[in-house]
Design a protein around this ligand. Structure first.
Ligand SMILES: C[S@@+](CC[C@H](N)C(=O)[O-])C[C@H]1O[C@@H](n2cnc3c(N)ncnc32)[C@H](O)[C@@H]1O
Length: 235
């Protein structure tokens, strides 16, 4: 089937909406420095004008293949494929594109997970599938990348999913605080200024902690329990 790269002339004029064909995406991802990040399951990628996820969906496919190759059991595969998924972020302005983006990410994750878990002679875990949905909805934002705001005019929020031993600590940051951090080169800062596709591996490391004060604090949990979205109990 031929890929549709343009929806209408008006959308091209108003939003610069032209989708990248999959063969071009694959050619771009083949670069050694990009492949090195793909092989690092937790190295983050941001697609700042994500469309329907041309790059994010292909990145997910490639990262899930790496997650499988690094796993020795169903338990480690369940964790590794969620770590891979949690490293992918997108922002898209148009509502119908975001709906397709979220659907494409969920469909791709589900198909690959349900197929690959059979390598370990195990059935798919509902907890993994539910946690994947929570991660995708948190990591795919509808908004304006240049203004850092979502469709309601509020700050775009992104969650950091940080491995702590075999568990995960979820922490929310405003996208603006990540962009404006004085972090090392090759971070989201450069990506958003130039509208480059790829963010750095440590985009969250220097984001100001003050930004988090009013945001919910999530409890440390197992990767497969992310779907419960349990908050930290204040002591
Ligand atoms: C050239 S298309 C690329 C889509 C996708 N990255 C791809 O390669 O197929 C640009 C996309 O950016 C979106 N867009 C335009 N301005 C934006 C903004 N300020 N913030 C977020 N998305 C934006 C458009 O709606 C469109 O879907």
């Amino acid at each position: 089937m031929t890929e549709k790269i343009i929806k209408s002339a008006d959308r091209v004029k108003d939003h610069g909406e032209v989708f990248t064909p999959n063969n071009i995406v694959k050619l771009m991802l083949v670069q050694p420095e990009i492949q090195a990040k793909i092989h690092d399951l937790s190295a983050t990628f941001l697609e700042p004008s994500a469309g329907e996820g041309a790059f994010l969906v292909e990145l997910l496919k490639q990262k899930m293949a790496i997650a499988l190759s690094k796993s020795t059991s169903a338990v480690t595969y369940n964790r590794n494929c969620l770590i891979a998924l949690s490293s992918l972020y997108g922002i898209e302005y148009l509502e119908d594109n975001v709906e397709m983006l979220v659907m494409n990410m969920i469909t791709t994750f589900n198909q690959l997970y349900i197929q690959d878990i059979t390598n370990f002679a195990k059935k798919p875990s509902k907890h993994v599938l539910e946690s994947a949905k929570v991660i995708i909805r948190a990591n795919m934002a509808q908004g304006d990348t240049l203004k850092y705001v979502n469709a309601d005019g509020n700050p775009i929020l992104f969650s950091e999913w940080k491995s702590v031993g075999s568990k995960v600590q979820r922490t929310e940051y405003t996208f603006e605080s990540i962009v404006n951090q004085s972090g090392p080169t090759g971070t989201v800062q450069n990506a958003s200024e130039q509208l480059d596709l790829f963010a750095g591996t440590d985009a969250f490391d220097n984001a100001p902690k003050a930004e988090q004060t009013k945001l919910p604090k999530y409890a440390l949990c197992n990767w497969v329990d992310i779907y419960k979205q349990k908050l930290e109990v204040e002591g």
